[in-house]
Design a protein around this ligand. Sequence first.
Ligand code: MLT
Length: 394
Amino acid sequence: MPAHINKNYLNLKESYLFADIAHRVAEFQKANPDREIIRMGIGDVTRPLPETVVNAMKKACDEMGTPEHFHGYGPEQGYDFLREAVRKYYEGFGVSLDISEIFISDGAKSDCGNLLDILGTDNTVLVQDPVYPVYADTNVMDNRTIIYAKASEENDFLPMPEEKYKADIIYICSPNNPTGAVYNREQLKKWVDFALSMDSIIFFDAAYECFIDGDEPHSIYEIPGAKKCAVEVCSLSKKAGFTGTRCGYTIVPLELKRDGVQLNKLWLRRQTTKFNGVCYIVQRGAEAVFTEQGEKEISGNIHYYKENARIIMDTLDELGIYYTGGRYSPYVWMKCPKGMNSWTFFQYLLEEAGIVGTPGAGFGQSGENFFRLTAFSTHENTRKAMEKFRQLLK
Ligand code: MLT
């Protein structure tokens, strides 16, 4: 008998959005080797790792070179020193977690996909449109039925529960990727109550929580009842520059049960079987993120990116272009000018100004005519890009 492929993969677009964009940019660069390119597409950071983090990793590296302090296989769910640091971080939001509810991961993207291992393929799924492609694609891979909740100017890119959005798994990302929109407490409570009323599970992606400095919730567990209906993924990628270093965490509350089974147990079983944990050196670096000095250095970086977001927002205001995000988010979600569609604007910006952004249509149908810019570039390049915007779009 010949082996068979997972035919669901044939239902995916041929390449992942950011791989597609990287390919187009590489082609452009090949054809125009002298052109300067300013990258404001994929949400990759430019600030280096904080010094405190680097020092902690160096120290861990040295330990690994000694027989007394060498570490082989670590606990699949992460070292207690880091889980404890995460537990304390949540205390700062008034959320009390048991250490066994915290699982150290190699990032939010991986666990968004991995978590589906413990849920049946017969579950229906609600994602927002536009959507971070990982939520939709990983469900297409398992052939789950996907319902799309339209996010648009009409609802400030924050869709709310409706009868037609009843689903078993509900994805929420706040601050949102790609739109930068943020749910407030009452809005998030409506989603939690909605999920509780149907015994659904919310997948809450908190990857951008560090950009919030108002009263909006950082964690879904700030909402009463959420421990009975939500798992949460988070990442140090954007918070502390770990896009290349890879570390995050996933919270699976002990109270969360479906079919009479604790999801926490299933997740532990899955992780101990399929994962060998995050590298010790990286976990020591991650631990340093949560120290007083680490937090101080990180807030400098976040402030830096917020300043970029402000430069982008000021320019769009000046040009009279509608946008959302930017305030509590590194993403600014702008309407394409001059009636252009997303990919036309992508090509126009690339060719005329050497600026790379992400076409809204790449995040779903409702993203058409929109465009995402990231604030993760340098001040210098952000200013340069916005100057080019002024020249091109005034
Ligand atoms: C993005 O640009 O949407 C993000 O960088 C993707 C990610 O975090 O995986």
